[in-house]
Design a protein around this ligand. Structure first.
Ligand code: KPL
Length: 306
């Protein structure tokens, strides 16, 4: 990547007022990009942002004007809203619009290809940056960038797209950014982490770090074994020892985090279970595999009402 110091003047729409959407919005604005949010209300949103070094910054975001064509959008919505969100934006998209989608889980775009025109591009970004929204804020939001990470960007539609112009801005905002020809293996790696950490923490209502306790070791091992079996069969083989190490690392690095599924559950929101464990089970069925650990975990989550 070149000239990382130069200011970026691109005009961004950020959709999604969750931690990752607002993290990207704040960091893009900090570099000088014009950032507006997809807001229901006409009033601007104020975000009190705590950067990694502990410094605090106030950001104001105007709502996206309905008459303005969208050239670049970062869409960090829940998995279950991804397709309808793209469909909703469609009439406003510029002929050469570039959309970057980011969410947990898999299986949102398989059934229906988003209705995009030939020059419009859809990319997927997966990130390991940690961020959360301080609970209790209503009128404005307090976003904390809690852990550094990196991001991977790959084309969804058209599949062979060249690195987009916006890669540099994303590199500065939530980088380092790696652009890859095939995003799927990276999504499977993230799925592995999410399908082990999220349902268990949400079910037991514990912070991520609690999963390092010996009482979770047997269940995590079974879930990992089953996931590796599935991933191998699906064409995304995982190195089990490396995956276990990666899992422990994420648990340690995000020890005091509430997983997104636990946050959703505590807030009474729909969870992404269907796109995490649900996706794992649908893939297992397609490939004629039985995954009793994931099946039971899914059932327990359903019985618990999420
Ligand atoms: O992605 C996450 C999530 O909570 O959704 C992890 C990595 C588990 C961090 O909490």
């Amino acid at each position: 990547m070149t000239d990382l110091s130069s200011k970026n003047r691109q005009s961004w729409l950020v959709v999604g007022k969750g931690a990752i959407g607002l993290l990207a919005a704040c960091q893009l604005q900090q570099q000088g990009a014009g950032v507006k949010l997809w807001l229901r209300q006409p009033a601007p949103l104020t975000v009190d942002f705590t950067a990694l070094d502990g410094s605090r910054h106030t950001h104001h975001f105007e709502p996206w004007p309905v008459e303005q064509p969208i050239e670049t959008a970062f869409i960090a919505v829940k998995a279950y809203d991804a397709l309808s969100c793209i469909q909703q934006l469609q009439p406003l998209l510029a002929e050469n619009a570039c959309l970057i989608l980011s969410h947990n889980g898999l299986g949102t775009l398989e059934a229906i290809q988003p209705p995009l025109k030939p020059m419009q591009q859809l990319w997927f970004l997966t990130t390991t940056h940690g961020a959360y929204i301080e609970p209790g804020y209503q009128a404005e939001r307090q976003v904390v960038h809690s852990g550094t990470g990196s991001s991977v960007l790959g084309a969804i539609q058209p599949a062979s797209s060249q690195t987009p112009k916006v890669a540099k801005a994303l590199h500065q905002a939530i980088g380092p950014l790696h652009c890859v020809a095939d995003i799927q293996p990276y999504l499977w790696q993230k799925l592995l982490i999410n399908c082990l950490i999220n349902p268990l923490t949400a079910l037991h209502q514990v912070e991520n770090g609690e999963l390092a306790q010996p009482r979770f070791a047997a269940e995590l091992t079974q879930l990992l074994d089953e996931f590796c079996l599935l991933a191998e069969r699906a064409g995304y083989p995982q190195d089990k020892a490396a995956a276990w190490q990666q899992l422990q690392q994420v648990i340690a690095q995000t020890a005091s985090n509430r997983s997104s599924m636990l946050q959703d559950r505590l807030a009474g929101r729909q969870t992404e279970l269907e796109f995490i464990t649900g996706f794992v089970l649908r893939e297992a069925q397609r490939l004629d595999l039985r995954l009793p650990g994931h099946q039971q975990l899914y059932q327990r989550c359903q019985d618990a009402g999420f």
